[in-house]
Design a protein around this ligand. Structure first.
Ligand code: ACO
Length: 325
């Protein structure tokens, strides 16, 4: 039996502590002017004592509260993150326990800034199979724990936060199409969470513990490969930019959104942005953005709008989903 899936509720949660660009000047050789003009980022929320599972649990609790669903009616939780509390138990399992979702199976999905769109597509297939009726998809990160806070080329870019959605069975098709890609041959352009070999039987190795990024090449990758993927998705569904209400893109750099809007022959007004407030929150950036758009009333969740959702980053990974929301 097959059925359809839809996003029925959205939520987000970020740590209360806000770090302004000007505060980073005390830690490294940078300036508010450089960060804001090159990236569009003005501040970020950085955790003091909450780990990734704590942020994600707040999102899961909000989803339960908004929907009125009992926790034991949740069939699965997929949590996209590159900053888990631990490899084991998974961050998803911690959330499952925290909200008492006793019937849910739960696992983490690791695909950096594409994590949320990969997880959402996977979750849609679980519901479309007819075997599951209800699931949570959450993107949550505490990137602050992976950064070298003296490295101006990365530390100014990232923030902490979480966002998520509830997926329910629907009566009609909401997930119209998708294209997902990975190119592991370019993977070393973005690295973090390196677990170097270490045993009495291994040769010694010196892992680099901090997040490292070839910023310029990732910038070019986003403009070239991600734009092409969005174009291919629209062409394969015989859609033009006129028929798209919004493009919900990963929030890495405002200049990427500006250039992408131009390449797609679209208008920047169709590309909501919140990196000024949160920086790049990797797997959390798209669900935080979606949740804010719903709060502000621009995205209605009534099935009347057509959206493209696209994530891109470490792996390298990238993907785009065409949605009726
Ligand atoms: N403050 C001041 N100067 C700086 C800073 C800083 N924070 N960072 C770099 N600079 C300097 C550099 O040293 C360089 O100086 P030089 O010319 O004297 O050598 C100059 O600024 C230009 O550096 P570039 O790296 O070429 O700057 P660019 O304009 O490319 O911007 C950035 C860098 C913001 C990282 C951009 O390349 C970018 O946004 N890349 C894409 C990031 C992205 O999309 N990530 C998504 C995936 S993230 C994930 O998956 C976890």
């Amino acid at each position: 039996m097959t059925s359809f899936a839809k996003i029925s509720h959205v939520a987000h949660y970020v740590p209360k502590q806000v770090i302004e660009n000007n505060q980073l000047v005390q830690l490294m050789d940078t300036s508010d002017e450089w960060i804001a003009s090159r990236t569009g980022i003005r501040r970020r929320h950085i955790t003091r004592n909450e780990d990734t599972s704590d942020l994600a649990t707040q999102v899961a609790k909000q989803l339960l509260q908004k929907s009125g669903y009992a926790p034991e009616t949740i069939d699965f939780i997929i949590l996209a993150t590159i900053t888990p509390d631990s490899a084991m138990p998974s961050t998803a399992a911690r959330v499952q326990a925290n909200i008492c979702a006793s019937q849910a199976f739960a696992y983490d999905l690791v695909a950096a800034c594409s994590g949320f769109v990969f997880a959402l597509s996977t979750a849609e297939k679980l519901i479309a199979s007819g075997r599951y009726k209800r699931g949570m998809v959450i993107g949550a990160e505490t990137l602050s724990k992976t950064l070298d806070w003296s490295d101006r080329s990365t530390a100014v870019l990232f923030g902490d936060g979480a966002g998520g959605v509830l997926l329910d069975v629907a009566e009609q098709l909401h997930f119209l199409g998708e294209i997902h890609r990975t190119d592991g041959s370019r993977g070393m352009d973005l690295q973090s969470g390196v677990l170097g070999l270490s045993s009495p039987f291994s040769e010694t190795s010196v892992p680099h513990p901090y997040l490292k990024m070839e910023g310029r090449s990732i910038f070019e990758f986003a403009l070239r490969d991600v734009t092409k993927t969005i174009q291919d998705l629209l062409i394969s569904h015989d859609l033009s930019d006129d028929e798209i209400d919004y493009y919900l893109l990963h929030q890495a750099n405002r200049r990427i959104l500006e250039k992408m809007a131009k390449k797609l022959g679209s208008h920047l007004a169709k590309f909501p942005a919140n990196m000024a407030e949160y920086g790049n929150t990797s797997a959390a950036s798209i669900p935080i953005l979606l949740s804010e758009c719903v709060e502000q009333g621009s995205i209605l969740l009534d099935g009347s709008q057509t959206l493209v959702m696209s994530g891109f980053g470490g792996g390298l990974t990238w993907g785009a989903i065409l949605l009726k929301l």
